[in-house]
Design a protein around this ligand. Structure first.
Ligand code: IMP
Length: 424
């Protein structure tokens, strides 16, 4: 019987811990497919005591027998991709045998990175806080119908296409009064492109169609998070792709009626990296304590992440936009030892209470909190403390979706799979 594709995605501003959850549930799946984003992502996994950060490659690579697919919605930087492959190979992971790349995926050129930097510099105080990996300019070329795709690497006129795109970028860079990419960067990129051509390139929509028809279990792995979605995130402080569930359809070529379960990952608190509104941000010692306890520093850029209390209107919005059927709560252990926790249940906007995500969250919005008792410690092998149980139940009731996974540490073993009765 034909199977359905499950989706796993971030329900906040990214960095929720998707890499760990994919790794934990990967044994249930035969194919793990990334559907959007690119090397702006950093999915961290602990494998055999070593920390690995995956940027482009799906998080199923550490599970033998799992096929990992880079979908058409992903943007690939050949240089970063190759570095990632080499570092995995150095750890004994045979990436080449288990990795497929869509021929429709777009390529990031060195000049895309230069354009990203020039655009950010030009924005001054309004800068987005981009990872500067060339993501925005590459998606702009995709929608502007100028992009270069993995399939183009096999065309006879490849070098003409690269030159034409690069010339266009250089004209744009001159408007910004910014330098283009250097010749050395080009040489490294061209070499990486030659290496990329040796990987298995597929029509991912047909590959997945056949896999699902054959009853194979497929998981779509999202990057970034719902509130960074180009349409429904805190625009313009967002990334340039659809990070939401609908992005899994367009980013892999899967029809909406073939989607199965949709798991939303969220932290027991909130973080955000880069600029943009963050209603529950804690710009104080508590925020700093969460940052230190949670090691909240970007896995791609090393930047300190902004920290704040859990935001239920934002989580409820993510549940609605994505059709989330179950939730995974990460890093509950980071809140161990806090006497009182605060949870934002509503916003006050222009004097009125609302539990909806307003169009503009940048100013005039005040979070309304409920205080909850904290817990002293948590341990994946014992019973959950009553206060943590209460925290979980409160969230489930507020957003109407069960929490099926609770993570209490970075290791696979520090994970609780909960028997959940649907609360909907
Ligand atoms: P860009 O996608 O690199 O242009 O970054 C746009 C915004 O999204 C910036 O605020 C970044 O910090 C944020 N962002 C991009 N990728 C991630 C991610 O994987 N985790 C968290 N934030 C991200």
């Amino acid at each position: 019987m034909a199977a359905r594709m499950d989706v796993l995605l971030g329900a906040q501003w990214g960095d929720e811990g998707k890499g760990k959850v994919v790794d934990v549930i990967a044994p249930r799946y035969e194919v793990i497919a990334r559907f959007q984003g690119g090397p702006n992502a950093g999915h961290t996994l602990l494998f055999e005591g070593h920390k690995h950060v995956l940027h482009t490659i799906p998080s199923g690579v550490f599970r033998q027998g799992t096929v990992n697919l880079v979908g058409n919605g992903v943007v690939v930087d050949p240089v970063i991709f190759l570095k990632e492959v080499r570092s995995l190979e150095a750890c004994g992971v045979n990436v080449r045998d288990c990795l497929l790349i869509s021929r429709r995926a777009h390529l990031i050129l060195p000049t895309h990175r230069a354009l990203d930097a020039a655009s950010e510099a030009d924005k001054g105080k309004q800068k987005i806080g981009s990872t500067l990996k060339g993501i925005g300019p590459t998606y702009m070329d995709k929608t502007g119908r100028n992009g270069l795709r993995v399939g183009d690497l096999f065309q006879a006129d490849l070098h003409d296409r690269i030159s034409a795109l690069k010339r266009k970028h250089e004209r744009l860079l001159s408007l910004y009064d910014a330098p283009g990419s250097t010749i050395e960067a080009d040489a490294e990129w061209l070499d990486a492109v030659e290496q990329l051509k040796r990987f298995r390139v597929v029509d991912c929509e047909h590959y997945l169609d056949e896999a699902l028809r054959a009853g194979k279990r497929v998981l779509a792995e999202g990057a970034q998070g719902t509130l960074l979605d180009i349409d429904f995130g805190t625009y313009p402080f967002v990334t340039s792709s659809n990070t939401i569930c609908a992005g899994a359809c367009t980013g892999l070529g899967i029809a909406p009626n073939r989607i199965g379960s949709i798991t939303g990952i969220f932290k027991a608190y909130c973080t955000r990296v880069g600029s943009g509104p963050f209603p529950t941000e804690l710009d104080d010692a508590t925020g700093e304590a969460i940052r230190q306890a949670g090691h909240e520093f970007g896995s791609t850029t090393g930047r300190a992440r902004r920290c704040g209390w859990l935001d239920l209107p934002a989580l409820r919005y993510a549940v609605m936009i994505n059709g989330i059927t179950e939730l995974a709560m990460m890093k509950a252990d980071v809140l161990n030892g806090m006497a009182t926790l605060r949870v934002c249940t509503h916003y006050r906007v222009n004097g009125s209470l609302t539990d909806r995500m307003p169009y503009d969250v940048s100013s005039g919005i005040e979070p309304v909190y409920r205080d909850m008792p904290g817990w002293v410690s948590s341990n994946a092998s014992g019973r959950l403390p009553a206060e943590l149980d209460q925290y979980i139940t409160m969230i489930e009731e507020a957003v109407g979706v069960p929490i099926s996974i609770v993570s209490l540490g970075p290791d696979r073993a520090e994970t609780i799979m909960r028997e959940t009765a649907s609360v909907r």
